[in-house]
Ligand binder design. Structure first.
Ligand SMILES: [Zn+2]
Length: 392
């Protein structure tokens, strides 16, 4: 059965009627001719939905518990839809082999349900092949950080039933470069992150096929050499996409502005790096083996080092990330949405699922009001594969 929605298409600003059937956009009709535009506070905007490539948990569900149930995963999916996110990568972080394997198994089993699977294009494995140094390791438990192993990765991939599609590692680890080559050959998007690498190691990783920097500017030392450092080196490497956590805590607004201007809108990706506490009130929560505290300002810190400035994931969602990036950097709403939708889809090799609003595309759309004064986005509808999955 087909149905239609009407809204101003983000970018062009033209009023359009979108007809959807069987999960796809059938037709896009401009109801007003030529370049005529409409304005007015009652008009809804139409844009692609969001895709979050790094979600450790959400709405009280810890995806790193090792026993995530299908019901819990459905709860995460439903809560993310309230934020305009219909696609996401559950992210499993550094832990023992047994624990990470259990996490992958639990989520892969839940993904046998096609309704869950259609929200999860891939799993993101962050660690355990990262820097053990304080700062770069972030909240990843030191005792479980280890050297890169193709053999171990393959065992994880087996547990994940082939769903691991992204891996974040530090390229300076022993054997990291040959591992990157093998991962890239098997279709995994390799990202550099939680690293203390020098220029040579970063460039070697890029030559081996690494194509992204994970939450650039975070998972780093409190103090680094001002010129020769891994942040500039990755920022200047046009081959690399970069993801950013724009919650106002991980990076100050001025840094977000500079980093995104330098990386360019076309290579920047917004991510939440959300933990279970995201979408929940302030308090104490768990991130894998680590206890974390969420402050009233939604700053997430390790309980044992609270106040040190080292953060442990975020309580952000991409809807607020989009608002923040407009506020902090002066990019247009359309550009901000691109960083949360078509850019991550392109990185993850599924450009057909998110991006342009045109006939033949999977119907993944949000309808919302936008307040230009306050830069607030009020979500009204989320549509996933041609089905209204959230209505405010
Ligand atoms: Zn991280």
């Amino acid at each position: 059965m087909s149905f239609k929605v009407k809204g101003k298409v983000i970018g062009s600003g033209e009023l359009a009627v979108i007809e959807m059937e069987k999960g796809f956009i059938q037709t896009v009709h401009n109801t007003l001719g030529g370049s005529e535009r409409i304005t007015g506070p009652d008009d809804l905007w139409l844009a692609p939905t969001f895709f979050d490539i790094q979600v450790n948990g959400f709405a009280g569900v810890d995806l790193n518990s090792g026993r995530t149930t299908p019901d819990e995963l459905e709860q995460v999916i439903m809560k993310l839809r309230e934020k305009g996110v219909v696609l996401f990568c559950p992210t499993i972080i550094t832990n023992s082999f047994e624990h990470m394997a259990a996490c992958f198994r639990a989520i892969a089993q839940a993904c046998r349900n096609t309704k869950i699977a259609k929200a999860i294009p891939a799993l993101h494995m962050e660690g355990p092949y990262i820097s053990p140094q304080e700062g770069p390791r972030g909240a990843h438990p030191l005792q479980h950080i280890r050297t890169p192993s193709w053999d171990e990765f393959q065992r994880f991939q087996e547990c994940a039933e082939g769903l691991i599609g992204m891996l974040t590692l530090a390229p300076e680890g022993d054997g990291a470069i040959p591992l990157i080559e093998k991962l890239v050959d098997s279709g995994i998007a390799v990202a550099i992150g939680h690293t203390a690498a020098g220029r040579k190691e970063i460039q070697a990783a890029i030559s081996a096929g690494a194509k992204c920097s994970t939450h650039l500017g975070n998972g780093s030392h409190a103090l680094i050499p001002r010129h020769d450092n891994y942040i500039w080196e990755q920022l200047a490497s046009d081959e690399l996409w970069a993801s950013f956590i724009v919650d106002g805590h991980h990076l100050p607004p001025s840094v977000v502005k500079c980093l995104i201007r330098a990386k360019g809108i076309s290579r920047s990706i917004l991510t939440s790096d959300a933990i279970a506490a995201a979408g929940m009130p302030p308090g104490k929560y768990r991130l894998g083996d680590t206890e974390v505290v969420v402050s009233p300002e939604l700053k997430v810190e390790r309980a044992d080092t609270a106040g040190s400035g080292y953060l442990a994931g975020s309580a952000l969602d991409l809807l607020r990330g989009v608002e923040n990036v407009v506020r902090f950097t002066g990019v247009s709403l359309e550009e901000a949405i691109r960083m949360a939708s078509s850019n991550p889809a392109a990185l993850m090799g599924i450009p057909e699922r998110l991006g342009k609003i045109e006939a033949g595309r999977e119907a993944n759309l949000i309808l919302f009001q936008w307040d230009e004064q306050t830069k607030c986005l009020s979500l009204k509808y989320t549509i996933h594969a041609g089905e209204v999955v959230y209505k405010s």
